[in-house]
Design a protein around this ligand. Structure first.
Ligand SMILES: N[C@@H](CCC(=O)N[C@@H](CS)C(=O)NCC(=O)O)C(=O)O
Length: 212
């Protein structure tokens, strides 16, 4: 089996540490017990080699033999095909995990990311833009809340869908955006208490701290 290599930045500022998306990949690899190695590319100087792996000059990407895969969702789907721990084999459960994986990225992160960025940057005020973002996020969370109140994990057993959904909700939770949605908040706490997350998070923090 080919060696798995996860590429991330060599360094990032303090603010995004613990949230850089290589965390999702580390988490999945740890859950599945797949051996991997981490490589770094410069945060400040992004060369043509970097863009040949990630067309937006971002991270992460994963190398698996001859394959180089960017987009955290695509990487997690790829790993899911290598491990039933990440993606259930039963067709109905597998379809459920895949639909929730896309829901995390395309329905929830789409609302949660700009909301969290406004909070990070101190733009959360009484402007119409902030009001819109609040309502946009609430429109997603109010429907996610009863789903998560009724089940431990999105597709029956823990899967890549939970890695993405929990990681998408984490920045919102960091700014107390889940206070009115206790099932969402408890779900994040449950997911991030898993040993694989704890290790992935500690490893990312250590990786960036090593370059300070
Ligand atoms: N949709 C991409 C987003 C990747 C992304 O936003 N990466 C961030 C780190 S978490 C990045 O590289 N930011 C630097 C930049 O955009 O210049 C994915 O999920 O992989």
């Amino acid at each position: 089996m080919a060696e798995l290599i996860l590429t991330t930045f060599d360094w990032v500022p303090d603010m995004p540490r613990g949230h850089v998306r290589d965390l999702r990949v580390r988490w999945a690899l740890e859950e599945a017990g797949l051996p991997y190695r981490v490589e770094s590319v410069p945060f400040r100087q992004r060369d043509a080699g970097h863009f040949s792996h990630q067309p937006f000059g971002q991270v992460p990407w994963l190398t698996d033999g001859d394959l180089s895969i960017f987009e955290s969702g695509a990487i997690l789907l790829h790993l899911g095909n290598r491990s039933e721990t990440l993606l259930p084999a039963a067709p109905a459960r597998r379809a459920e995990a895949v639909e929730w994986l896309f829901a995390a990225l395309n329905s929830v992160e789409m609302a949660g990311l700009p909301w969290s960025m406004f909070k990070f940057l101190g733009y959360a005020d009484d402007s119409p833009g902030w009001k819109f973002l609040n309502e946009f996020l609430d429109a997603r969370l109010k429907h996610l809340e009863p789903v998560l109140a009724g089940r431990e994990w999105l597709a029956g057993t823990f899967s890549v869908a939970d890695i993405l959904m929990a990681d998408v909700l984490r920045p919102v939770d960091r700014f107390d955006g889940l206070a009115a949605h206790p099932a969402c908040r408890d779900y994040v706490a449950r997911a991030t208490a898993r040993p694989a997350f704890v290790k992935a998070h500690a490893d990312q923090m250590a990786h960036f701290a090593a370059a300070d």
